[in-house]
Structure formats: structure tokens, C-alpha cells
Write a protein that binds this ligand. Sequence first.
Ligand SMILES: [Zn+2]
Length: 67
Amino acid sequence: MLKRAGWKCQALGCAAHGRRGRIRLYADHISERRDGAASLDPVNGQALCPKYHAEKTAQARAARMRS
Ligand SMILES: [Zn+2]
């Protein structure tokens, strides 16, 4: 999955381009597993750099607490 993404962060507006082994990329679930998304669905995956991964996780957590 990360390889398919070209080892780039797929966050909108993010300029981090991780070449293999240089920037750690997270295989992120676009829809959080907790929210009932299929964890093994390749469509539900994207590569994110640590910065955006942390941001997205924090946002998802905040959204969950509001509901
Ligand atoms: Zn990024």
C-alpha cells in the first residue's frame, strides 16, 4: 500500500515526500476502524507522514468526542 503510494505522504497540501527509508510513513485508515470501516479494504488506506497522521488522529478523536 505504501509502495503503491510512491512512498509519498498523501495528505492534501503536504509537501513531505518520503523516499523509502527517509521519512516514516504510516499506513493510515481513511475511516477509523473504530467507526466500523473495513480495516483490510485497500481503498480505505492512505500513506501519511507522522505530522499529518498525528493531526488526523487528533481530529478523529475530537470528532468522536463531539458526537
Ligand atoms: Zn504529510
